[in-house]
Design a protein around this ligand. Structure first.
Ligand SMILES: Cc1cc2nc3c(=O)[nH]c(=O)nc-3n(C[C@H](O)[C@H](O)[C@H](O)COP(=O)(O)OP(=O)(O)OC[C@H]3O[C@@H](n4cnc5c(N)ncnc54)[C@H](O)[C@@H]3O)c2cc1C
Length: 465
């Protein structure tokens, strides 16, 4: 185990993140994969009185508080993903990315509750809830976690499941982090014969009608379908198809799941119902929706694969009536002058809104749409423009803002967050006090996920590292 200090070779690699606007600057950083390495790292942190932070990819770096008094552990997988096809469970070493789980599950006709990108880390996504394109059928992804193994602040390797340490198992599923360093996670897979997935793009001028149709369809859409709608202002880069670079475009992407081959005709009919309505508004300028294999869902949203400098905001909307749709278009639609590269909504409802009685601290989402909007930040002026526009959108959509947030969609630690009820916050805090009495991982707790006033820099008398 080689701890790297700022300026030393290896420090940059150990602190590399996906979002280039928020490079972390910990006091020290180390890449770990085994339990022994994690224990050694915790010992190091203790001897230098450092807090401990944990990264898989650093995808969420803007949501993490400054960590200048912390040791950052970048976790790399200690082995491959193991699939137990008879139990439909994948054992995933921490540090693994979702693409590897999808690949391991596919030969068994199984799929995983990943989000839109194969480069997202499994642990960070599942600990923060996880919103997948299967979510309206399967619910919040963390409900599919069957067991978590972690090294806690005192170096113990602890297993949490419904049968072992059930209170920790409850808290760690969506409770806001700060329990220890996860070393592996067991997640339920599900049968998936085929999906109809892809994205279709239309010229921005059709946005009002398309948005109206999509919202109408979403009122009683089948639970097998989970989609998103985005308005995009894509940069003039050669890797982006030319037809998408000539002005604002509206896209609708997502997935309709057919669990068995017998279910394919119904899934196709469900996809056709949505796409038929949208295609009758106008001919798409590009359209990749097709009946295909489940791993193609990871391509549908066309997320960037390489690190990008991006900043944005998120709201969980109760609903979006016609006045809301007009406001949405006024602030991020074509002609709005929005500096966002993308602004849109993931469709919730269905199983997302059903609390799981066996679930954890966060087992359902309270709104109908998860809004997010983000822009590229390349200099001070684009940074100011994006930040200012985040406020413009917040004000415009305030009447439809539920006040709740989806933890994995929060963009920045300074933005308002509310993932848990007050009683859940208290219950999660009680678990943290048991597994981390000295607050070693306190800085790793999502803002608002503790009653201890973390945003102010301390939990009771415990400093936040
Ligand atoms: C391109 C892109 C697409 C995305 N698509 C979706 C989507 O479709 N649905 C969705 O819900 N979210 C999505 N997200 C958000 C993503 O799920 C969150 O940013 C998530 O937190 C990333 O997890 P990570 O481990 O990769 O990131 P990291 O920044 O490395 O980790 C985030 C947090 O997770 C915790 N953590 C990570 N690893 C460990 C560990 N081993 N032990 C203990 N704690 C750990 C830490 O608290 C850390 O601060 C997307 C993000 C990007 C960049």
């Amino acid at each position: 185990m080689a701890v790297r200090l700022p300026g030393q070779p290896g420090y940059d690699a150990a602190t590399a993140v996906f979002n280039l606007t928020a490079p972390p600057t910990p006091a020290a950083a180390v890449v770990v994969s085994t339990v022994d390495e994690i224990r050694e790292a915790l010992e190091y942190a203790r001897s230098f009185r450092l807090g401990v932070r944990v990264h898989t990819t650093g995808h969420a770096s803007p949501t993490q508080r400054p960590m200048s008094s912390a040791l950052l552990l970048k976790v790399r997988p200690s082995g491959p993903v193991e699939v137990d096809a008879s139990r439909r469970v994948a054992r995933v070493p921490a540090g693994t990315l979702w693409g590897a789980v999808a690949e391991a599950a596919a030969p068994f006709g199984l799929a995983a509750p990943h989000g839109s990108s194969g480069t997202v880390g499994v642990v960070g996504y599942l600990l923060r809830g996880g919103m997948s394109y299967y979510g309206r059928q399967l619910g919040v992804a963390t409900n599919l976690v069957r067991a978590v193994e972690l090294v806690t602040a005192d170096g113990s390797l602890v297993r949490a499941s419904a049968a072992e340490n059930p209170e920790l198992f409850w808290a760690i599923r969506g409770g806001g982090g700060g329990f220890g360093v996860v070393t592996s996670i067991e997640v339920e897979l599900f049968p998936a014969a085929k999906v109809i997935t892809g994205s279709a793009f239309w010229a921005g001028e059709h946005a009002p009608e398309l948005l109206r149709e999509w919202l109408r369809w979403s009122e009683d859409a089948p639970w097998e379908a989970t989609t998103s709608l985005q308005i995009m202002n894509l940069p003039d880069l050669p890797e982006i198809p030319e037809v998408l670079r000539s002005g604002p475009v509206l896209s609708v992407d997502g997935a309709v799941l057919a669990v068995t081959e017998d279910g394919v005709p119904l899934a196709q009919a469900q996809a056709d119902e949505l796409l038929g309505r949208l295609r009758s508004v106008a001919e798409p300028v590009m359209d990749s929706w097709a009946l295909t294999k489940p791993s193609a869902v990871l391509e549908a949203h066309m997320d960037p694969e390489d690190p990008v400098p991006i900043a944005g905001d998120h709201l969980l909307l109760t609903d979006l009536d016609s006045a809301g749709a007009s406001e949405f278009l006024r602030v991020v639609g074509p002609g709005s002058g929005s500096p966002f590269i993308s602004a849109g909504m993931r469709q919730l409802g269905g199983a997302y809104s059903v609390a799981d009685p066996g679930g954890g601290a966060l087992s359902s989402f309270a709104g109908r749409f998860a809004y997010s909007g983000a822009g590229l930040v390349v200099d001070d002026s684009s940074s100011a423009a994006v930040e200012e526009h985040c406020s413009v959108v917040r004000s415009a959509l305030a009447p439809w803002d539920s006040g709740w947030t989806v933890p994995s969609f929060v963009e920045n630690w300074r933005q308002p967050q509310r993932h848990l009820s007050d009683s859940s916050v208290g219950r999660v805090d009680a678990v943290r006090a048991l597994v981390d009495p000295d607050g070693v991982f306190a800085g790793d707790v999502s803002p608002g996920a503790s009653a201890g006033g973390l945003a102010g820099g301390s939990v009771g008398d415990t400093p936040v590292f």
